[in-house]
Design a protein around this ligand. Structure first.
Ligand code: NAD
Length: 528
C-alpha cells in the first residue's frame, strides 16, 4: 500500500450546508448554460481549435435543454496532433519524474478546488445524481494523488543481484505516445485516471473523450494544462469514436492505447493494434477495460435487509450504467421467494427523477439512443421472461427508463447473458450453493461479483471460486475506491492491471535493465 495516500472523502449530503453549496453550484451551471458559456473543442499545442463540426451537448434529464456546443476534431486534426506529440513530446519523456509528479499533484488540487462546479456539470451532462457525481470527482482526485504516490515508488532504479565487477540496475522508461479513449459513464474519473497514469509515466498523451461527455472532459483538459502539463505533451481531441478513435488506434506513431468502454469496440482495438504497418517500428500495447454481466449470489442464510439494499443500489444506482452494476441475481433455496417479494417492495420506493433533483435515486440514461435500445430489450424480455417488477409512472421530458426486474430468468435468455447497461435486473433460483456458483460463473465476463452469506465456508469458497476481478462479500458490488478496491476484470471484461492499484502504472512504461562491466581496462583520466 502507498503510505502517502488517503481517499478524498465524499461530500456528506445529510449536512444541510453541503446540500446548499451543491444547489448553488447547480444554479451556477444553469446560469452558465443560459449564457451560452459551455463549449468544448480540440486543444492542440495548448491552443483551442475551432472546427466546422459542431454537435449539441444535451441534458439527458431534459432533452430540450442544450448545455453547450462541442466542436469535433477531424482526421486532419488527429494527424496534426500526432505530428506534434510524436516529435516535440519527447521532451516530456525527459522531464524529471519529480516535476511530472508535482504537476499531477497540482491537477489534484485544482480538481479539488473546482469540485462542486465539476460535479454539478456531471449532473447535467451525463445525468448522474448528486452523490454519484460527487464520487466521480473524488475518484479523479484519488487517481491523481494515488498515481503520484505510486510514481514516486516506481521512479527509483532498483539494484539487482550484484557481483564484483558488474553493476546491474532495473528501472522504467516511458513507453511512448499514448492514446487514451474514454467512456462517458465516469466522465471525469475514468478519463482522468487513464490520462494522468499515462502522463505521470512520461508519455505524451492524447485524450479522446466519449462523444456524450465532452464538456466535462474539456474542463479536465484545461485543468491539466493549467497544472503545468506542457502543450507539447498533451492534446485533447473530442470526436466520433469510429472515426478519430479508430484513426488513433491504427496510427503507427501511437505506441500505447488505453481504452475503457464496450466489449465490441475493445476487441476491435485489440485486433487493429496487433497489426504492424510497414512503416511502424513498434508493437503497440493495448490496455482495454470492458463490460460486465455482474452477478450477486444471495445465499440461503443471507441477511435479507443487507442483501436487498445492496442489490438495489448495485443494480439501479446511476440507472445501471456502471460496468460494475449488478445485472443478475441468483438466490439459493428457500430465500428466493422472500428475496423477490422484498426486492419488489423496495424497488417500488425508488425515486426516479431529474439528476439535478436532490431526492433522485434513479435518473435518466445517457441519451435517447440508449433509452430506445434499453426499452427494446425490455419489450423483448417482457415476452420471453417473467416480469417481476416495473414501475408504471416515469417522468417525462428526459431519457428515463423504468427500473425493471425479471424472475425465473432462463440461462439462455439474452437478459441473462448480454450486458444491457441500463436499469434491468434478471433473477433466478438455485437449489444449492454449488449451483449458484456455477450459474454466476456462466458468463463471458468476469468483472464484479458478490455474495451475501453468513456461512464462513461459502464465503471462503467465493474467494476462490467466484469468477470476477472484484469480489464483494456482504456488500454491494459497485463503488470501488482507489487503492482500497483496485478495479478491473478478466475473461471478456478486459486485459490490463487494475486501475487504482499497485501494478497499474507499470503498463505505461518499459522496464529496462542496464548491466555495466565496472572492471575497466585502461585508464582515461581526461574523460568525464
Ligand atoms: P463505447 O465502447 O461505445 O465508447 C467508448 C469510447 O470508445 C468512446 O470514447 C468512443 O467514442 C470510442 N469509440 C467508439 N468506437 C470506436 C472505435 N471503433 N475505435 C476507437 N474508439 C472508439 O463505450 P461507452 O458506451 O462509452 O461505455 C460503456 C461501456 O464501457 C460499457 O460496456 C461498460 O461496461 C464499459 N465500461 C467499462 C469499465 C471498466 O472499468 N471495465 C468502466 C466504465 C465503462
Amino acid at each position: 500500500m502507498s503510505p502517502q495516500f488517503k481517499n478524498e472523502p465524499a461530500l456528506d449530503f445529510s449536512v444541510e450546508a453541503n446540500r446548499r453549496k451543491f444547489a448553488l453550484a447547480l444554479e451556477s451551471v444553469q446560469k452558465h448554460l443560459e449564457g451560452g458559456r459551455y463549449c468544448a473543442m480540440p486543444i492542440i499545442s495548448g491552443a483551442e481549435i475551432a472546427t466546422t463540426r459542431s454537435v449539441k451537448s444535451i441534458d439527458p434529464s431534459e432533452v430540450d435543454c442544450i448545455l453547450g456546443q462541442v466542436q469535433f476534431a477531424s482526421p486532419d486534426h488527429v494527424d496534426q496532433t500526432l505530428h506534434v506529440l510524436s516529435t516535440e513530446g519527447r521532451r516530456w519523456q525527459l522531464t524529471p519524474w519529480q516535476d511530472r509528479i508535482a504537476i499531477i499533484r497540482k491537477a489534484a488540487s485544482l480538481i479539488s478546488q473546482r469540485r462542486l462546479e465539476l460535479a454539478a456539470l456531471i449532473v447535467r451532462e451525463v445525468g448522474k445524481p448528486w452523490r454519484e457525481a460527487d464520487a466521480d470527482v473524488t475518484e479523479a482526485i484519488d487517481f491523481c494523488n494515488y498515481y503520484s504516490a505510486e510514481a514516486e515508488l516506481a521512479a527509483h532504479p532498483r539494484e539487482l543481484m550484484q557481483i564484483p565487477g558488474e553493476n546491474n540496475i532495473y528501472f522504467y522508461k516511458p513507453r511512448g505516445l499514448a492514446a487514451v479513449i474514454a467512456p462517458w459513464n465516469f466522465p471525469l474519473a475514468i478519463a482522468c485516471g487513464m490520462t494522468v497514469a499515462s502522463l505521470i509515466c512520461g508519455n505524451p498523451t492524447i485524450l479522446k473523450p466519449a462523444e456524450q461527455s465532452s464538456l466535462v472532459a474539456f474542463k479536465f483538459a484545461h485543468i491539466l494544462l493549467e497544472s503545468g502539463v506542457p502543450p507539447y505533451a498533451f492534446a485533447f481531441l473530442p470526436g466520433y469514436g469510429e472515426e478519430i478513435g479508430a484513426q488513433l488506434v491504427s496510427d503507427p506513431r501511437v505506441s500505447l492505447i488505453c481504452f475503457t468502454g464496450s466489449k465490441a469496440v475493445g476487441l476491435e482495438i485489440l485486433k487493429t493494434s496487433s497489426q504492424v504497418l510497414p512503416n511502424q517500428s513498434l508493437i503497440k500495447r493495448a490496455i482495454v477495460e470492458l463490460g460486465g454481466k455482474n452477478c450477486i449470489i444471495v445465499d440461503e442464510d443471507a441477511d435479507l435487509d443487507e442483501a436487498i439494499k445492496g442489490v438495489l443500489y448495485s443494480a439501479f444506482g446511476y440507472s445501471g450504467q456502471k460496468c460494475s452494476a449488478c445485472s443478475r441475481v441468483v438466490a439459493v433455496g428457500a430465500i428466493y421467494k422472500p428475496f423477490l417479494e422484498r426486492l419488489r417492495e423496495a424497488a417500488s420506493d425508488i425515486i426516479i427523477g431529474k439528476a439535478k433533483d436532490p431526492a433522485t435515486f434513479v435518473g435518466p440514461v445517457i441519451d435517447s439512443e440508449a433509452q430506445q435500445r434499453i426499452n427494446a430489450v425490455i419489450e423483448r424480455a417482457d415476452h420471453e421472461c417473467v416480469l417481476h417488477y416495473k414501475t408504471d409512472s416515469l417522468p417525462t421530458g428526459g431519457c428515463f427508463v423504468a427500473p425493471t426486474i425479471y424472475r425465473d430468468v432462463s440461462l439462455s435468455s439474452s437478459i441473462w447473458k448480454e450486458e444491457i447497461f441500463g436499469p434491468v435486473l434478471a433473477c433466478r433460483h438455485a437449489a444449492s450453493f454449488d449451483e449458484a456458483l456455477s450459474v454466476a460463473n456462466d458468463s463471458q465476463y468476469a468483472l464484479t461479483g458478490g455474495l451475501y452469506s453468513r456461512s464462513p465456508g461459502n464465503i471462503r469458497r467465493a474467494y476462490s471460486e467466484l469468477e470476477a476481478g472484484n469480489i464483494y462479500i456482504n456488500r454491494g458490488c459497485t463503488g470501488a475506491l482507489v487503492c482500497r478496491q483496485p478495479f478491473g476484470g478478466y475473461k471478456l471484461s478486459g486485459v490490463g492491471s487494475k486501475a487504482g492499484g499497485p501494478d497499474y502504472l507499470l503498463q505505461f512504461m518499459e522496464p529496462v535493465v542496464v548491466t555495466e562491466n565496472t572492471m575497466r581496462r585502461g585508464f582515461a583520466p581526461d574523460q568525464v
